[in-house]
Design a protein around this ligand. Structure first.
Ligand code: P53
Length: 475
């Protein structure tokens, strides 16, 4: 009973939130570099405010991140000390192809990731690589408009071919796009889309979605051609939507809200567009341009597993006046009165993870991977400089228990669990450093000041024991 013997425990990061070194060794600029911290961040990541160059009035936290670029050996060593079986990380596209449309890759970028993978292998840590975690080279955005343009499919294919070939011997788990449904909620951060005055925004978003879905299927094809051992997954921001009440109108609203996310995964797992989406896009005049060969590719190259992030459940009310709105997240949600909330206003709902796991498994009947879960919180060191993050331990314990119930009692197939941000890193939503998720503290503040020194928190030893007991000892 309990978790399978080969269950993959670990942690997850994204290049743009930890690497820094934004202009080192030939790396080109990317959309993620240009998302400032502070009040304009939301307007930039949603594509409302154009930010194609750095300006002096803003602070750009991704430029230096937590300087993983120079600390990766030390950081991976700490992951190994916690007993990680897997490390989920992402490749910065513009390190490999600085502009995105070159023929030949940047060797220094390739070497950087090769060294990381070798470091992982040294400790028997399996790398799980997100091919794009929100990043898109700025050049592709300026010249082609980002993912709204189907030319991006070819550039992405080129990237895939290069990395699948180069890392053939050391990487076999891949995720094509991080939180692919984020296109709808943060189009600039998620897909390099900046809107023009007066255009049909829904159409642009669904065209970008289609282009990414085709690119994802192409990646599966290339991965199989290069190595049959490759396992390629899709990934979305999950969290089931509850109806605010048993009023059928609320139930219908909740179902429709979930479909906005499942839409992507329905295509990646079933290999075709679901009817509800075709109807809805048709009615709203936002059907993307779909080529006949796209349908073939989508049909023939579906994913090997479904991966998702889970931070919280959502809640939908047909009449928005009926309830308060929960804050702090890019997903608009009614406020669920049965739940408690984090310092950033995100609901805390461990049972929701069991519900979500069951729902996804019922829908797709495919192995799943929880690739992000965790609590963003302010950490204050005690008088000895130690961080007693019991709030984080409690959050994770309850979620791991819920995941265990889903595996043990409900029989869902789960490959692994990677906690988000095992080392503190820049928040994607807010650009803050003080929203911390880590087992490892990084001395750095919201203005980019600090020694960058790494320090274990209380949760470090706790997670180590969770892993060594294969999820049995959660105390
Ligand atoms: P942060 C919300 C907003 C932005 C990205 O989020 C998000 C979400 C959650 O649904 O998705 C993931 O840093 C994302 C990570 C991110 C993590 O959530 O705003 O894949 O890059 O850091 C947590 O607290």
């Amino acid at each position: 009973m309990g978790f399978p013997k080969n269950f993959l425990w670990g942690g997850a990061t994204a290049a743009n939130q930890c690497e820094g070194g934004f202009n080192l060794d030939g790396r080109g600029l990317a959309n993620v570099d240009l998302c400032p911290a502070g009040k304009d961040r939301n307007a930039v990541i949603t594509g409302e405010m154009k930010m194609f160059e750095f300006d002096e009035n803003h602070f750009y936290p991704a430029k230096n991140g937590i300087d993983f670029y120079h600390h990766y050996k030390e950081d991976i060593k700490l992951f190994a000390e916690m007993g990680f079986k897997v490390y989920r990380m992402s490749i910065a596209w513009s390190r490999i192809f600085p502009n995105g449309d070159e023929e030949a890759p940047n060797e220094k970028g390739l070497v950087f990731y090769e060294n990381i993978f070798k470091e992982c292998r040294k400790y028997n840590i399996e790398p799980l690589v997100t091919i794009t975690h929100f990043d898109c080279p700025m050049y592709l955005i300026k010249k082609y408009g980002g993912w709204r343009n189907r030319k991006l499919i070819d550039f992405y294919k080129n990237l895939c071919r290069v990395i699948f070939t180069r890392y053939k011997e050391i990487v076999k788990y891949w995720i094509t796009f991080n939180e692919i449904n984020m296109i709808l909620h943060a189009p600039f951060m998620g897909a390099g889309i900046c809107f023009e005055e007066g255009e049909n925004r829904e159409k642009v978003k669904y065209q970008a979605a289609h282009n990414e879905l085709v690119a994802s299927a192409e990646a599966v094809k290339i991965a199989r051609e290069i190595n049959l051992e490759n396992k390629v997954g899709c990934m979305f921001a999950a969290g089931s939507t509850y109806p605010y009440s048993c009023n059928p109108q609320d139930v219908w609203k909740a179902l429709k809200t979930d479909r906005e996310s499942y839409f992507f995964i329905d295509v990646q797992v079933f290999g075709k567009y679901p009817n509800y989406a075709l109807k809805e896009m048709g009615r709203n005049n936002c059907l993307p341009e779909i080529f006949p060969e796209d349908l073939e590719i989508l049909k023939n190259y579906t994913v090997d597993f479904t991966a998702f992030s889970y931070y919280n459940s959502r809640c939908a009310a047909a009449d928005p006046k009926q309830s308060e709105t929960a804050e702090g997240n890019l997903f608009v949600s009614a406020k669920n009165p049965y739940l408690s909330y984090s310092e950033w206003g995100w609901p805390i709902d461990p049972m929701g993870l069991r519900i979500t796991l069951n729902e996804i498994y019922d829908r797709y009947r495919m192995p799943m991977f929880i690739v992000e879960n965790g609590l963003g919180a302010v950490d204050i060191p005690d008088e000895n400089g130690f961080i007693q993050d019991d709030y984080r331990i409690n959050y994770l314990r309850e979620h791991i228990k819920a995941m265990k119930d889903a595996v043990e009692l409900d029989g869902v197939e789960l490959m692994g669990y990677t906690a988000w941000g095992p080392i503190d890193l820049i928040s994607a939503g807010s650009g803050q450093m003080k929203k911390r998720y880590g087992f490892i503290y990084v001395d750095l503040d919201d203005e980019g000041k600090g020694t960058l020194k790494r320090k274990k928190k209380k949760s470090f030893d706790w997670y180590k024991q969770v892993i060594s007991s294969n999820g049995e000892n959660l105390d």
